[in-house]
Design a protein around this ligand. Structure first.
Ligand SMILES: [Zn+2]
Length: 289
């Protein structure tokens, strides 16, 4: 395994930090994240996991972005600022204070204008991350650097069990935690979503996450790759937000049918919840942010 960066070490320390047993954890029945994270290496795990699932009449597209990789791409650990925040929190006046008040005052002393401090808990909105984040972010008005004091939820119940904050410099915004793209590695067909629920190509917005008729799923015809156009013998003019209805075929094995037996118009999902690209009938669909 390669040497970890300072940011990677800081993130792993937070993901495995003992956040204790919160009063609201229901007897630990669901398991606490920090306990489940012990022994995980994070670095060699996939950045995003995609699987398809059918519950009764409903078809679900489940996407989870690994919070370690997601943050690692967007932030850089600032050890000096984190030390300063810890020292700041030990001041007598904060003896009985919680992190939100402390971090807000700290940001104020470190270049933030009062109206440039924002607070986010990813639980309060559409979210595709593997663990909940709570953070304060602000711009230093003198240096124009964006900081985030990030706490990672390590408990079972989301009301408690957050790590102590570490301070990171934000290189790429933290607001796209519900964005995702599904794509085919072979023909480059792709679908985008801003909130992991509605999947829309460039020209139209189509909800993929329900079946309008049992047994059928609709995939939008937009935003498919050049290779897919060729495979389908379509011209660019052939597309005008048109949809094709696909028959959902849930397989009870991991194997997809042999290439020659795959039927155009069928959307194959194997027993692992992996989907075969309905355009080229060759690539296994993948997801990313
Ligand atoms: Zn494909």
């Amino acid at each position: 395994m390669r040497k970890l960066s300072e940011t990677e070490k800081a993130l792993i320390a937070q993901l495995t930090e003992n956040t204790g047993i919160a009063m609201c954890d229901s007897g630990g029945a669901y398991g606490r994240n920090w306990e489940k994270n012990q022994g995980r290496t994070f670095i060699d795990e996939p950045a995003t996991v995609l699987n398809f699932e059918k519950w009764g009449e409903c078809f679900h597209i489940n996407i989870t972005h690994n919070v370690f990789h997601w943050l690692n791409e967007r932030v850089d650990y600032d050890a000096g600022m984190t030390r300063r925040l810890k020292a700041f929190a030990r001041r007598k006046q904060y003896e009985d204070s919680y992190w939100p008040e402390i971090v807000e005052d700290f940001a104020g002393e470190h270049g933030a204008n009062e109206d440039s401090i924002g607070s986010v808990n990813t639980y309060n909105g559409a979210d595709l991350l593997s663990q909940v984040l709570q953070y304060y972010h602000w711009y230093n008005r003198d240096t124009d650097v964006e900081y985030a004091a990030i706490q990672i939820h390590g408990g079972a119940d989301v009301r408690g069990g957050y790590t102590a904050p570490k301070v990171y410099r934000v290189s790429d915004g933290l607001f796209d935690n519900a964005r995702a793209t599904i794509h085919c590695p072979v023909c480059r067909a792709m679908w985008d979503s801003d909130e992991g629920y509605y999947w829309h190509p460039e020209e139209c917005s189509i909800d993929l996450s329900f079946l309008d008729e049992p047994g059928n799923v609709e995939l939008p015809m937009g935003n498919i790759g050049r290779e897919a156009w060729k495979l389908l013998n379509l011209s660019e003019e052939g597309y005008s937000g048109k949809q094709e209805a696909y028959k959902l075929v849930m397989l009870d094995t991991e194997e997809f049918p042999p290439q020659a037996e795959r039927v155009r118009g069928d959307f194959y999902i194997n027993s692992e919840g992996k989907g075969l690209c309905p355009y080229c009938l060759t690539g296994k669909l993948e997801a990313s942010w």
